[in-house]
Design a protein around this ligand. Sequence first.
Ligand code: BES
Ligand code: MN
Ligand code: ZN
Length: 486
Amino acid sequence: MLKDKTMIVDQETNATASSDALVVLAYDSTPPSGPALNLSSQTTQYLLDLQTRGELSLKTGKVTTLYSVPGVTSPILVVVGGGKPEKFGCSEAYRCAAAASKSLAAKKRNRVQFQFGDLQSDVSRAAIAGSMNGCHGQDILKADRSINPIERISWLSVNENDLRWATEVGQSMLLARELVNLPANLLYPESFAARAAVVAKDCGLELEVWDEMRLRKERCGSLLGVAQGSSKPPRLLILRYPGKKKCPPLALVGKGVTFDSGGLSLKPSDSMLTMKCDMAGAATVLATMQAIAKLQVDSPVVGLVGLVENMVSGNSFRLGDVLTARNGKTIEIHNTDAEGRLVLADVLDVALQENPSGIIDLATLTGACVVALGTDISGLMTNNAQLQSQLQQAAQQAGEEVWPLPMSEHFGEQVKGKIADLKNMGDGRWGGAITAAKFLEEFVGERPWVHIDIAGPAFYDSPKPFQDAGGTGCMIRSLVTLVEKL
Ligand code: BES
Ligand code: MN
Ligand code: ZN
């Protein structure tokens, strides 16, 4: 499978003439401020003139490309607007650096330097990760790319720790995005598992792979029910990171539906087109495990992903079928397009076996969550207020948006079955993100558990100024931040 050569990200003390471009931040204050205004008096005068003439917008993420600027040794100066300095946080930093990086990536660049000034650690980390991700697009199978990865990115005035953290996390985001962007004919359960083996070997994770036979032996009837319509056999992966602390691990669980046709409850073409993205939860878990291992975090973590393809054939599971999950609960199928929860049901049960301190699952689970929260906010549903607030704090620190949805008991009534214990859908569309979570709750016992529905933020249908369309690598920064604080 194709893989970009890893980009070089390093740290330097001075701007050099040998770089293709210098990217500097400028805040929209009166007068304008920030590193762009501290280059040289000549340069400052030049930029202030531009601004007076209305040719330089310093609104958040606005990119202005300038050539042969007086006092700048690099042939190109990119000024990126930082907006109001008091509002400049992680999410702004990520987007500003990514927007500049994306704009430069229209051409091949050997070397670009970034100067965002002295920033708080978290903000600096977000900016570095942004610079790495802006210059990577979804056109990985094109001969001539429209977004060309910058070969070497050098950051001025960042510290060693932040650089190392951001490089590993940024690299993991690129991994998740690449996996999400690969089409379903190239990335399917077996090939995902093969790639995971390469990742695990490279960063020293222990990997256990359950094939179809093992899944049958383990009575994973819910996951197998979804998988049975596809000619591609399913897999379940367990990735273990022991850490240094002697304590129970946190479990990360990912939905890995490598293609979701909807099954016999077939999706219309428009909704099916992007359903290669339905393994984003699994990609997030693999990528987060990679970052955790590379950073040698203290706490133990175990990652589990369920990989299946939801297809239509003479072997497909049917509406009205009853599946028996690994934990013994029986499930009536009311809609074969509500397959993610069926896959997770068994993976969550396997996760319990690892005796985790808590479980966090990530899944592109429901369109209803996108209706509720839009495309930039992940839904959070839980049985445990403490794990919830730990995750919210980590997300806040990392500059990613999550929002809680209520787990009221009456939603649980909707997933009780008629002839079996459970049914895999609520009574209608309303509150669909929550009925899905209530279904999952049946498989975590009393264990502290947070479910994150990333159906909105995991995949952009259209490009943004700061990042191409396709996989986004969302939640990886938040999860690494969380694990480091345990
Ligand atoms: N994979 C989809 C959810 C999804 C929708 C992900 C949009 C990304 C973008 C999931 O398997 C699904 O089809 N859910 C159904 C559930 C319904 C049948 C109860 C949905 O959301 O419509
Ligand atoms: Mn579905
Ligand atoms: Zn799905």
